[in-house]
Write a protein that binds this ligand. Structure first.
Ligand SMILES: [Zn+2]
Length: 127
């Protein structure tokens, strides 16, 4: 049952992030989504997480986000943090299997931030 898996993984991911960062970070909502364009994936809405945390703990966070994708059966083209515009606050972590139309938006340049509100954790570039 997918709702049971979501509940277990929400709690597990939150606990791992808290242990890692050492602050009471919250995963307030874990969602599975499908968009009209063809993109699909999962979103973890976060509270208390900062972009600095991602930079400092990236080597430790990457295995956690990878594990989450495997556990929920998502094969993301891209895993990224969405920031509150103009701030260092992480609003959500997103695992997304990109449709052909949305791919170029993330493939722009080589930067970890293709847009000021996006911080890429993982990106599988097309050959
Ligand atoms: Zn799309």
């Amino acid at each position: 049952m997918i709702t049971e898996e979501l509940l277990i993984n929400r709690a597990g991911f939150e606990e791992n992030i808290r242990k890692l960062i050492g602050r009471p970070v919250l995963l307030i909502e874990l969602d599975v989504f499908a968009l009209p364009c063809g993109c699909a994936g999962i979103t973890a809405n976060m509270r208390g997480l900062e972009v600095d945390d991602l930079e400092v703990f990236e080597p430790q966070i990457l295995p956690l986000v990878k594990e989450m994708a495997i556990k929920l059966g998502v094969k993301p083209t891209v895993t990224f943090a969405r920031l509150v515009p103009g701030s260092s606050i992480v609003a959500s972590l997103n695992w997304r299997a990109l449709c052909p139309r949305c791919y170029p938006e993330f493939a722009r340049g080589e930067s970890k931030m293709p847009r000021p509100d996006l911080y890429l954790l993982q990106f599988e570039r097309r050959k």
